[in-house]
Design a protein around this ligand. Structure first.
Ligand SMILES: Cc1cc2nc3c(=O)[nH]c(=O)nc-3n(C[C@H](O)[C@H](O)[C@H](O)COP(=O)(O)OP(=O)(O)OC[C@H]3O[C@@H](n4cnc5c(N)ncnc54)[C@H](O)[C@@H]3O)c2cc1C
Length: 422
């Protein structure tokens, strides 16, 4: 059998899931040859990224999706979040955050992963980028000017920059010689769509319970999406319960804020761990999205953080092209260093914040519970703390890349400002 010819490109993205395809969409605007390698078609039932989950998008993520041309494809199905309500079962006190108070129309949006996948695929399709599917990256061979990807279909792809966006168990990350630290939370997230007696009024609820947090998110047609964190055995049991019993138990854990739960759809569960890549880069390679940091879904931060990886990497590459013109090298060490240096503080802050929420609210010790109750009440009354929390929740904290600020990716400089090519 003939070996396929070596394919050459500027940027090879391993993983065409939520983060990888978002990056491909962002790079579509730049004069770069981009290849995406993905083992599972975006529309396939078994696609692990674009499945039946619902994602809460921060307001900043909406801007990024607008900037990369994917928002128009999901705007009609996206549900705005106008209020966030945080409480703890059996504890007096709660905290609220409202869009009106923060002077915005929505704190964020919810969207089904599958719909987001369709919109991103359409966007990448129209930009005529090459998607190798089905094909998974098996190995990465480093080199001076390019890194070479080897796929399980025998294809070799030489890229000036390799981007690992192949999820928390990233093969590309380990092929680049980078270790990851994994802390198992010993919890699973059970997800489903539910119908409720009362309309959600565009409110997202986060309720902490002794078994773990329950998120109830507003979605289309007046329904809600739940993410219920349970121990592994309880999660397995919850998947097999008759609908009526599942609804009863959910009701007891969540309470009556939305009246009675009247229906539940198909349930699925996901094991939860904090996976943290020890480094975010190797020569001619960067690690982004879940491959760099896989988080607990408690505060809905994982994809939002990954999308800021995308916006930052796209900006660093756009600036390199703006400054160097045809001589630009997307995998140059200075490009990679600028990217990793910029991402570090946001990444560390979000990992700390998410992990502290899981561990802090998971502690049943009496005085800590009392402190949490007074903390929630104080937070509810204290403007500056709320504003800071809102900035984080909306994905607007720290030095933000242009796409998150709603600005174009490519800066058009005045002619006199342009570097002169020899
Ligand atoms: C229950 C739950 C609820 C969540 N809710 C939210 C939320 O509300 N808001 C939020 O921001 N985040 C949320 N998240 C997190 C979010 O889903 C992830 O952060 C996001 O999916 C990360 O996308 P990714 O593309 O980096 O990785 P993945 O989604 O894991 O995609 C990886 C892709 O790489 C492909 N791949 C695998 N191996 C290879 C290989 N060898 N070569 C090439 N490709 C490969 C896979 O097929 C897949 O398409 C939630 C997570 C869970 C579990």
């Amino acid at each position: 059998m003939n070996r396929p010819a070596m394919l050459r490109c500027d940027v090879a993205i391993a993983g065409g899931g939520m983060v990888g395809l978002s990056l491909a969409a962002a790079l579509a605007e730049l004069p770069l040859d981009v290849v995406v390698v993905e083992p599972v078609a975006a529309e396939a039932d078994e696609q692990p990224s674009f499945d039946s989950r619902t994602t809460a998008l921060a307001a900043g993520s909406r801007r990024v999706l607008e900037g990369v041309g994917a928002w128009a494809g999901i705007a009609v199905q996206a549900t705005p979040i106008r209020k966030i309500h945080v409480s703890e079962r059996g504890v007096f006190g709660f905290a609220r955050l409202t869009a009106a108070e923060q002077g915005v129309t929505a704190l964020g949006y919810t969207i089904e992963n599958r719909l987001l996948g369709q919109a991103l695929r359409r966007r990448c399709g129209t930009a005529a980028r090459l998607v190798h599917c089905p094909a998974g990256v098996q190995d990465v061979v480093p080199g001076e000017d390019t890194a070479r990807l080897v796929t399980d279909q025998g294809q070799q792809i030489a890229a000036r920059l390799v981007v690992a966006a192949d999820g928390a168990r990233s093969r590309v990350r380990s092929a680049c010689g980078i270790e990851a630290t994994v802390s198992d939370y010993d919890q699973h997230a059970v997800v489903a769509h539910v119908e409720t007696e009362r309309f959600h009024e565009y409110t997202a609820y986060e309720r902490f319970t002794p078994s773990g947090p329950i998120a109830v998110l507003p979605i289309t047609e007046g329904r809600c999406a739940i993410v219920w964190t349970l121990g592994p055995e309880a999660a397995r049991r919850a998947l097999g319960l008759p609908d009526a019993v599942f609804i009863d138990e959910l009701q007891q854990a969540f309470g009556l804020r939305l009246g009675r739960f009247t229906r539940v759809g198909r349930r699925q569960s996901y094991p939860l761990a904090l996976t943290r890549s020890d480094k975010q880069s190797a020569p001619r390679a960067v690690i982004i999205g879940n491959a760099a940091q896989g988080l607990h879904p408690v505060a809905g931060q994982g994809f939002n953080l990954g999308l800021r990886d995308v916006a930052t990497l796209a900006e660093v590459l756009a600036d390199e092209i703006g400054e160097q013109g045809v001589a630009a090298d997307p995998g140059a060490a200075r490009v990679i260093e600028r990217y990793t240096g910029w991402r570090q503080p946001d990444r560390n802050a979000v990992i700390r914040f998410t992990d502290a929420l899981v561990r802090g609210f998971g502690n049943p010790f009496g005085p800590l519970r009392a402190a949490r109750a007074s903390g929630l009440l104080l937070f509810d009354l204290f403007g500056p703390a709320k504003r800071e929390f809102a900035r984080r929740t909306m994905g607007m904290a720290g030095p933000l890349p242009r796409l998150v600020r709603g600005l174009p990716l490519v800066v058009t400089r005045p002619a006199t400002d342009r570097p002169v090519q020899a």
